[in-house]
Design a protein. Structure first.
Lengths: 436, 436
């Protein structure tokens, strides 16, 4: 059929996935697609009622969840997880309560389904409206943190979609009990149990097989390291919402308020260095560099940030070590910051154009023309004026919970909330109109 | 860099495209990307002024255009074009004037660039807004009709994008003079000449090479037969806006007004059978079939429509010939219509689910519950109630000119006008805010 280039006939050759694996994946995808057709026409009230029931289910079965999670934690060193990764994997009563509360917060968000985006009466009397409808089936592939299992299911079902979840093998037991609770409560609330599916095998090839099934799965969302994102983007026959690297820049204009600039670069880099909206590079106008850089360096060093710079930055602040060519294209995810001195705002924009991952850029300036110029020319999902890069976040921008931050221009850009899990449909109501 | 899986290094092996072809394509793509950066920040007034100048240029150089077009028409039989295809290729003063006027109509449309979609003040005082920005570079690949060259360029530039055009070889001379006029007027109006690029070689491999360059080209739009669309979808490393097959259905509910139903199916099928929003199948509720089908068949036969049907349809109207299994999945594009008698509205929806290309479906009914049920369950880009399928069209829905009708759910669905040639960007204005 049109709209897909996928061949979903059984793989014939010996190098493809096994018949059994293919069949398991096919059944999963077909059930999810069937569930999506049902859940797509349920009322917002029915979906909210499940969300509340699921939150209660998580609280009610706390002991089971923590016991399953303990199994994962015990096995974690065997998977080579370090202390930080094990900490991210670990649940306790407080973290579990936060997960349950997050589900209730999703219930409280407005229903995106059915929202009228455009509408009006045409000259011939036709009443036309473009409304939001669910996408269908969303395939989430993610690493360690088990709360994603619950968050993703909540956002997908809230927006009228079914989902197929594939978490990290390190969280197998936790994900399994979460999935059971989600499915059980779906059934209890009269929604299709298969609306939340979990890949039933740990076989790595299962992801590749499911990524071929564009006739049943409408969107793939990988969340994790760049290896995972590259692999999913390469293999998927359906659209991919990429939550990719954040190589974000803060540019200090010559008219910048110096204290504000220092506060913002410290916050952008050091407040939570592992996240994608943290800054990786500081660009400073040469007219202000001599004054700004020593103060900024001191504040950053006080936060244990290692500084790497270009020739001029190193000259002004000798503690800055020379950056390599590759450093400018690196998302450190830790307390390391690149520093460059630039000739002017256009040199800063040229640097950003060359090295940015198009996630978030910030300008610190008192000059309204500089702000406007930077806004127009910085081609990223969010542009900040006199604010930290850390504000490029669904919650901070007022979207509610987010399922990721898209560095793509399609089909959504920037933080993706419930609205971004929908597509649209035109409804045309007439009384017999035909075209002349 | 993140966000792309493309390797744009020079192809090394002997089976890839030639060095020369690769270089030609690379230069074209790089120039378009550079032009896009400029045109993306121009004012709407500057882009409108070019549109008006281009329309005048087309009128002014009419004789040159018609002479070039005559060369294509003369060569057409050599390419195996039949009379209908040659007619579509041929320009005269009247058709050329229509093309020029269409460009002026695009100038009159509102500017999509900079439109604020969301905005507001956050509790911490940040002023946030999500605005529309151009996509960047759009690669259009299309067949014969040379007006697409001008239409596509007008829509792309109007929405602040650059474009690369690849028309059919049958229209080479016409496309070349059009391109010259578009480029000359771009230069005259102070916009970058390279904002409209044309693939400089007729080498078929050029399309495949350009479709790899996702670092420079943001969107590919194929317009033409299903072979072209399949090939582009398969090869492209960037998103593809698919204007794919229209297998559209008209369902006559048991409560339908019979005269209205007949008028609508005749209009949906026969008014312009070659276009994608024409109907290919008529589904009739069994309780009304005995009364409806003979009248409908007579009206359709009077329009020279050939009828193919299921067992029950053939029984009621013996002139209907049996349809093959494949017929139900066929976009005829001519005056042939499939007819099936269905048990009820859900059987109609099941038939649509199995055979539709998710373009347009219509229900004819007096029953508001049936209308609501059909709207909710028909998963297509547009759903019509008591109106012809032919209204799924950008102009008819009030979007102005359209660049295609997307049968995808991403990044746009249904008729794509100027808005669908944009993406978004968040702008955040603060006065020193940092995250706590």
């Amino acid at each position: 059929m049109s709209g897909t280039t996928t061949d979903n006939s059984l793989p014939a050759n010996q190098f493809g996935p096994s018949h059994l694996l293919w069949t398991e994946c096919r059944v999963l995808a077909e059930r999810a697609a069937e569930a999506a057709r049902h859940i797509g026409v349920t009322s917002g009230a029915a979906r909210n009622s499940w969300l509340k029931m699921a939150a209660e289910g998580l609280r009610h079965r706390r002991d089971e969840i923590l016991a399953s999670n303990q199994k994962d934690v015990d096995a974690a060193p065997g998977f080579g997880l370090n202390a930080a990764a094990i900490d991210r994997l670990k649940l306790d009563s407080k973290r579990l309560e936060a997960i349950a509360r997050a589900v209730e917060e999703v219930a409280a968000l407005p229903d995106p389904v059915g929202e009228v985006i455009h509408g009006g009466k045409r000259p011939n009397g036709l009443e036309v409206s473009q409304i939001r409808v669910p996408l269908g089936v969303i395939f989430m592939i993610y690493e360690s943190r088990p709360n994603v299992t619950v968050d993703a299911a909540a956002l997908c079902i809230k927006s009228g979609n079914a989902c197929i979840l594939r978490g990290g093998k390190e969280a197998t037991h936790t994900n399994r009990i979460f999935h059971q609770i989600l499915s059980d409560t779906l059934e209890q609330s009269g929604l299709p149990r298969d609306a939340v599916g979990i890949v039933p095998t740990s076989d790595r090839d299962a992801v590749g097989v499911l990524l071929q099934m564009s006739d049943k799965i409408d969107l793939a969302i990988p969340r994790g390291g760049s290896g995972l994102i590259k692999r999913v983007s390469h293999d998927a026959k359906m659209p991919v919402l990429k939550h990719d690297a954040g190589i974000c820049h803060v540019y200090i204009d010559k008219s910048a308020d110096i204290v504000m600039g220092v506060n913002i670069i410290v916050n952008s880099k050091a407040q939570r260095p592992a996240v994608c909206n943290a800054a990786e590079a500081l660009l400073v106008h040469h007219e202000i560099a001599q004054e700004f850089l020593p103060i900024a360096a001191e504040a950053l060093l006080a936060e244990d940030v290692e500084l790497r710079g270009d020739h001029e930055a190193c000259r002004i602040v000798p503690i800055i070590v020379p950056a390599s060519e590759q450093d400018w294209d690196t998302e450190y995810g830790e307390k390391i910051l690149n520093v460059a001195v630039v000739a002017d705002i256009d040199a800063a924009l040229a640097h950003i154009h060359r090295h940015s991952s198009k996630h978030t850029e910030a300008i610190i300036t008192r000059d309204i023309q500089a702000a406007q110029h930077f806004i127009a020319h910085a081609d990223s999902s969010a542009v900040m004026v006199n604010a930290s890069t850390r504000f490029n976040d669904g919650g901070e921008l007022g979207l509610g919970a987010e399922i990721g931050i898209s560095t793509n221009k399609f089909h959504a850009r920037g933080p993706c909330g419930l609205t971004e899990l929908t597509t649209t449909k035109w409804i045309v109501i007439g009384n017999g109109q035909i075209r002349g």
